[in-house]
Design a protein around this ligand. Structure first.
Ligand code: CP
Length: 307
């Protein structure tokens, strides 16, 4: 297979295992390019890409921008906080104005689930979802699975525990779809209040005891407590959350094996993850960020080939 089955990347739910393997194989090639003295290739010369971010981002926005520049694309960056959205302009008006400048691809982050799906039905450009509310974050899941493959040789057959605020996490849902499509076993772990009621229907194991989850898994993907999306209190205090669900060296020392620690960032240090683990030899957090550039180069390159 040399072409994706879709012209947009809206979610992992919409792509198949062959698409994911093609993205990984293409990312392997781009990772080799990124380790050369000259890190740029002409693959997307004459392609213009707009990065449209209606929500804050550090890793995803910079990673997409770098990926686009490494592919020699022309890049436009839009951030809603200093735009005419503040004057009341609608999403479709904003995007149509940007597209009238002859943009070929749109990378979009938005707080509303389904915003990129809405755009894909209304505009001609290829759309990449860079995170839509609590729904999906497909390139994060791809770079997470790619990092597991790099560290452990394969994703199939591995046991991955996703630990923390599953309820508000787009990373959790995209990871569940991606890992299952690649043949991994997935567990979610957190307080009952932070696990969505439907989660068991996705075929994942459910655990509320973090020490049992750590003992079960090969990889723990630790998620941020998303206080900005929590309108009510889901647990008594951050101190109590950290005591029961926070991952620290003491909990890892109780295991009879070594596990891999991941986190999509940004980390609430001392809440879901302590520095003695985040910065330890168990952690592949910065490798995840590094791999994000190669994965996003692969996604953009492959989507540009589907008309
Ligand atoms: N992992 C992730 O999406 O980080 P940012 O919010 O900084 O982009």
């Amino acid at each position: 297979m040399s072409q994706l089955s879709t012209r947009h990347l809206l979610g992992i739910k919409d792509i198949n295992a062959d698409d994911i393997q093609l993205i990984f194989e293409t990312a392997d090639n781009f990772k080799e390019v990124l380790n050369r003295p000259i890190k740029k290739v002409p693959s997307l010369r004459d392609i213009t890409i707009a990065n449209i971010f209606f929500e804050n981002s550090t890793r995803t926005r910079l990673s997409f921008e770098l990926a686009e520049k490494r592919l020699s694309a022309d890049v436009l960056n839009f951030s809603s906080s200093n735009s005419s959205v503040k004057k009341g302009e609608t999403l479709i008006d904003t995007v149509n104005n940007i597209l009238s400048m002859k943009v070929d691809m749109v990378v979009m982050r938005h707080s509303s689930p389904g915003a990129p799906h809405f755009l894909s039905k209304n505009i001609k450009a290829n759309i990449v979802n860079a995170g839509d509310g609590t729904h999906e974050h497909p390139t994060q899941a791809l770079l997470d699975a790619f990092s597991i493959r790099e560290k452990l040789g394969d994703v199939a057959g591995k046991k991955v525990a996703i630990i923390g605020d599953i309820l508000h996490s787009r990373v959790a849902l995209s990871n569940i779809f991606c890992l299952q499509k690649l043949g991994a076993e997935v567990m979610v772990c957190g307080p009952t209040t932070l696990l969505p009621r439907y989660i068991g229907q996705l075929g994942v194991k459910i655990e509320h005891d973090v020490e049992k989850a750590l003992q079960w898994c090969d990889v723990a993907n630790v998620l941020r407590i998303q206080l900005e999306r929590q309108q009510i209190k889901y647990f008594p205090s951050l101190r109590e959350y950290s005591l029961y669900f926070g991952i620290n060296r003491e909990k890892l020392n109780k295991l009879d094996k070594e596990i891999v620690i991941m986190h999509p960032g940004p980390i609430n240090r001392g809440v879901e993850l302590n520095s003695d683990v985040a910065d330890s030899e168990h952690s592949i957090i910065l490798q995840q960020v590094e791999n994000g550039v190669a994965i996003r180069m692969a996604v953009l390159y492959l989507l540009a080939g589907v008309k």
